[in-house]
Design a protein around this ligand. Structure first.
Ligand code: ZN
Length: 187
């Protein structure tokens, strides 16, 4: 396994709509393992493939440690979310946006359709904290970042920090996400 470099705001890969996965290859399974190791290493609860420079529709997540529980790593390919319902406003951070946090409105429950590591279709009813993570990561494979979901006033407020981060990314300076605690861990 290997720790991968997390791409930060300003890297065009984060803005690309990622490619659909047709076959779960050994290379993709290795990528998933590396992404999980990277996510745990950075104390994150979710990580999408574009965040490590791979423009494929895949993400890994694990709300377990943030909830004080054991590790329960999960890998999903080609996620599609339907039946989104409920509303919750909670602060979010992102491993690709170190130093930037904001309250983001998300659905509290949803249905996730995806492909698992065996290449089989899965359908799951998801609620609570995991529903937030799944929405954040599915946004990533569509080239959407949590700051895109903020109101104009909040975006204006965060604009200087975002511009600064973009500048650092483009000049090759790597910012690390602060280690969040509990549900404040970055996604
Ligand atoms: Zn993120």
């Amino acid at each position: 396994m290997a720790i991968l470099t997390v791409k930060t705001l300003g890297d065009p890969v984060l803005r690309r709509k990622a490619e659909t996965v047709t076959t779960v290859t050994p290379e993709l399974l290795r990528l998933a393992e590396d992404m999980l190791e990277t996510m745990y290493g950075e104390n994150g609860v979710g990580l999408a493939a574009p965040q490590v420079g791979m423009s494929v529709r895949m993400f890994v997540c694990d709300p377990g440690p943030a909830e004080g529980g054991a590790r329960t790593p999960q890998v999903f390919f080609n996620p599609v979310l339907t039946d989104l319902r409920g509303k919750d406003l909670t602060e979010e951070g992102c491993l690709s946006l170190p130093g930037i946090r904001a309250e983001v409105e998300r659905a509290t429950a949803l249905r996730l359709r995806a492909m698992n590591t065996e290449g089989s279709p899965v359908e799951r009813e998801i609620a609570g904290y995991l529903a937030r993570i799944v929405q954040h990561e599915t946004d990533h494979v569509n080239g959407i970042l949590f700051v895109d979901r903020l109101g104009a006033a909040q975006r204006t407020l965060l604009s200087p920090a975002m511009k600064e981060l973009e500048k650092k990314t483009k000049s090759g300076v790597r910012e690390m996400a602060q280690a969040g605690t509990g549900r404040g861990r970055p996604l």
